[in-house]
Design a protein around this ligand. Structure first.
Ligand code: CO8
Length: 260
């Protein structure tokens, strides 16, 4: 099904918008990740497109992160395929030649936060009910090293260290204070602000900007590329543990109960 991400290209501006539309919470399922990579690759290869804005078409939620059902009670083969898709999404987005701006218009835990962190710039709706962070520790799981590396590159080591250990979900104002997002704007201004920021970034010559981006990100990208298969095997053995499966099941139960 090719409909979880709406792509619109403004040819005159050279800017595309990728809008996540996978209700109820834009969780990153295998299908979502596959479609994400295909959409991004199409834009990457389109000379008319120099920048992409990532945002959500689901009210109040940017993305709820990895689809937990993809990590519960599935086969080893499924875990491997799923994890390769997560890696692929990150590798493509972190190394994109396009300018990438996240317009975070809702909550953005874990994998949702990773998508935002992987962009060049983050603008968040200033609603304190929306929170963002790498909350893996709260689920009894550990953020992979490349999630951590991406986070450290944005907020610095000290903030990342405590935020990761506590599995903090930072309300928008706090996320801004710690540098996890670059700016806050009222939700109704988010789209215009993202367009303005994009224009500012696109005013520079592409080649200089692209080489600079590569220089800043290469070490972190190379690390996953060099250890990709090992990272898949780590994920499989971790996620297959009965204790981890139990934590994930309890977390899903908690989400359902909270609803009442
Ligand atoms: N995966 C699957 N289903 C989900 C997820 C998810 N990530 N998040 C929510 N859902 C489901 C809920 O269970 C619920 O299902 P149902 O309707 O059947 O009860 C439905 O979506 C709607 O959810 P809510 O009722 O909770 O909706 P709210 O609007 O109240 O809240 C939130 C939205 C804030 C997004 C909330 O759902 C939430 O906090 N979700 C959990 C987010 C989360 O913790 N994600 C972490 C995923 S792990 C990850 O991304 C990185 C893992 C790295 C792997 C490391 C291993 C080595």
């Amino acid at each position: 099904s090719n409909n979880k991400i709406l792509v619109e290209l403004d040819e005159s501006a050279g800017v595309a918008t990728m809008k996540f539309k996978s209700p109820p919470v834009n969780s990153l399922s295998l299908d979502f990740l596959t479609e994400f990579c295909i959409s991004l690759e199409k834009l990457e290869n389109d000379r008319a497109c120099r920048g992409v804005i990532l945002t959500s078409a689901v009210p109040k939620i940017f993305s709820s992160g990895l689809d937990i059902t993809e990590m519960c009670g599935k086969s080893t083969e499924h875990y491997a395929e799923f994890w390769r898709a997560v890696q692929e999404m990150w590798l493509r987005l972190y190394s994109s030649n396009m300018v990438t701006v996240a317009a975070v218009n809702g909550s953005s835990p874990a994998g949702g936060c990773l998508i935002a962190l992987t962009c060049d710039y983050r603008i968040m709706a200033e609603n304190p009910k929306f929170s963002i962070g790498l909350n893996e520790a709260q689920l009894g799981i550990v953020a992979p090293f490349w999630f951590k590396d991406t986070f450290v590159n944005v907020v610095g080591h000290r903030v990342a260290e405590s935020s990761l250990q506590l599995g903090s979900l930072h309300p928008a104002p706090e996320a801004h204070r710690i540098g996890l997002v670059d700016e806050l704007v009222p939700e109704e201004k988010l789209k215009d602000r993202a367009t303005a920021v994009m224009q500012q970034w696109l005013a520079l010559p592409d080649h200089a900007r692209q080489l600079t981006k590569t220089m800043m990100r290469k070490a972190v990208l190379d690390r996953l590329v060099a250890h990709r298969e090992e990272d898949v095997q780590n994920f499989i053995s971790f996620i297959s543990k009965e204790s981890i499966q139990k934590s994930l099941r309890m977390y899903m139960e908690m989400l359902k109960k909270k609803k009442g």
